[in-house]
Write a protein that binds this ligand. Structure first.
Ligand code: GLU
Length: 302
């Protein structure tokens, strides 16, 4: 299996290198707008503990919304099922930063992976603590998951988003007006922007997903199942159905161009290429995962 994977990855990387349409780099966060769409890296951590990587696999990138998976694990650890009184578990069918549904649905976001839901989840994970304490817990969680201490927050990215994140401020204030935030909006957003600004390589990210693949015990198996279910149904915003159709694995994308995908019991996979498709998901990352899933037969749908 190990040598097959190395072969598949080499072929996928060669195929991706030949692509001229690489999508559009996220422009709305100035620090991310400068990313080079020519970059591509992929890493696969297998159940036997071996790891296979190709391309720009040792280059740190902004994990952005992939951090919502780890934030959700922490919020569930603190609140348990009570979290679901504040955020639902349905795909939104709308863009990641849409404000539309919030008003008609009484300030209860559709799921923890759209921005509104992640802001509520971050508020729940914060509890009564200062943002610094929550961020320290989150970093410890991710470092433990990855088995790597060298994972940090890119402060310049957090600052850049704080200065330009008007939609997220709108969402947070709307949530507060509906009584669905327990902390002041700027505290919650401070924590949220910093968690999105965590930088990791695909090698680190693939290792950090071991607990979701059932290859490392960090949280209860029942929680792992539920997080994977949400990644499958809501992990790619309004492209979640398409990702499930094409790849067939639970996955979470971020506007930095990363995707974490989980083949339960078999592998944790991280891919990164900064160019995004129309739904804000890595264009080449999605294609590479589709090729990998087809070659390995890892789709959870058989
Ligand atoms: N920090 C980004 C935002 O809130 C995250 C979005 C994403 O990665 O999809 O706009």
């Amino acid at each position: 299996m190990s040598s097959d994977i190395a072969q598949h990855l080499a072929e996928i990387a060669a195929e991706m290198a030949s692509r001229s349409d690489r999508g559009q780099v996220a422009g709305y966060i100035p620090e991310l707008a400068a990313a080079d769409p020519g970059q591509f890296g992929i890493s696969v951590l297998l159940a036997d503990g071996s790891q296979h990587s190709v391309g720009d696999s040792a280059v740190p990138f902004s994990i952005q919304s992939i951090s919502k998976v780890f934030g959700l694990a922490i919020a569930l650890g603190r609140l348990g099922d009570q979290l679901w009184t504040r955020v639902r578990r349905e795909p939104s069918g709308l863009a990641f930063n849409s404000i539309l549904q919030l008003e008609s649905e009484g300030g209860i976001p559709r799921n923890p992976f759209i921005n509104a839901g992640a802001i509520v989840t971050t508020d729940a994970a914060l509890g009564r603590r200062p943002p610094r304490e929550y961020l320290a817990e989150l970093l410890t969680f991710i470092r433990t998951a990855a088995g790597d201490e060298d994972i940090h927050i890119a402060k310049s990215v957090a600052r850049s988003e704080t200065l330009t994140g008007h939609r997220n401020f709108a969402l947070a204030h709307f949530l507060a007006s509906q009584g669905n935030l327990t902390n002041p909006p700027d505290h919650v957003l401070g924590a949220y922007f910093h968690q999105c600004a965590i930088a990791m390589t695909v090698e680190q990210l693939a290792r950090s997903g071991r607990f979701l693949a059932g290859l490392q015990h960090l949280i209860a198996p029942e929680r792992v199942r539920r997080i994977n279910a949400l990644m499958l149904t809501c992990g790619h915003y309004d492209g979640s159905g398409e990702f499930a159709f094409r790849v067939g694995l639970p996955g979470k994308s971020g506007v930095g161009g990363g995707i974490l995908a989980i083949a339960p019991g078999r592998a944790s996979i991280a891919v990164w290429s900064p160019g995004l498709n129309a739904q804000g998901n890595s264009q080449l990352g999605t294609e590479a995962l589709e090729m990998l899933a087809r070659r390995t037969g890892w789709s959870i749908f058989g």
